[in-house]
Design a protein around this ligand. Structure first.
Ligand SMILES: [Fe+2]
Ligand SMILES: [Fe+2]
Length: 190
């Protein structure tokens, strides 16, 4: 179950639907960054017992990346440059220093990014059913996996320090709610 306190802005879906090629390029980068985030988490001592699970996530994200690249090729959309997301950098800027604080904050950020992806892929899949059934099925096919990543990252943080995770989750859900309200004209998923 997703815990978000603020709905996706109503301007998001129309913006995405009229910019699908650019959104797919952004999505490709998002999967690439999700794979590297999983690998980067492996450097934290508190996550050494979870290294196999993090590898599994990284492999899955890399497979998603390849699926998006295949779709780009099929649709003659050139792979292009990545644009920074103010929402993601806003979350990441709040990551604290200090080994345990850092790993918990990182895990919560990753969890919220996965959770918002899961939520947005679901919305996109529904909106695309009649206008682009292939893309609708593609996004529907990713919902479960991103939802599992959301839950796994949150669980990993709780395993390290449950009360601290709850405190920081409360903080991050508030931050997410504030950041997601900031209008963003770029054709990005986040
Ligand atoms: Fe993914
Ligand atoms: Fe994911």
């Amino acid at each position: 179950m997703l815990l978000f306190r603020e709905k996706i802005p109503t301007t998001w879906l129309p913006k995405v639907l009229v910019n699908l090629p650019a959104v797919l390029v952004d999505h490709a980068h998002l999967e690439r960054k999700a794979a590297t985030s999983a690998l980067n988490l492996e450097k934290f001592r508190d996550l050494f017992p979870r290294v196999d699970d993090l590898n599994a996530i990284a492999i899955e994200e890399l497979q998603h990346f390849q699926l998006v690249l295949n779709l780009l090729k099929k649709r003659d959309i050139p792979f292009g440059q990545a644009y920074p997301s103010a929402w993601i950098s806003g979350l990441m800027r709040a990551v604290r220093n200090g080994a345990r604080h850092q790993v918990i904050d990182h895990l919560i950020c990753c969890s919220l990014i996965e959770g918002r992806s899961c939520e947005k892929f679901q919305v996109l899949a529904q909106a695309l059913v009649s206008r682009d059934p292939e893309l609708a099925a593609f996004y529907q096919g990713l919902v479960e996996s991103e939802g599992n990543h959301y839950a796994t990252y949150l669980l990993m943080a709780k395993e390290i320090d449950e009360p601290e995770t709850h405190r920081r989750l409360d903080y991050y859900l508030q931050l997410d709610a504030e950041l997601i309200r900031v209008p963003n004209p770029l054709p990005l998923l986040h």
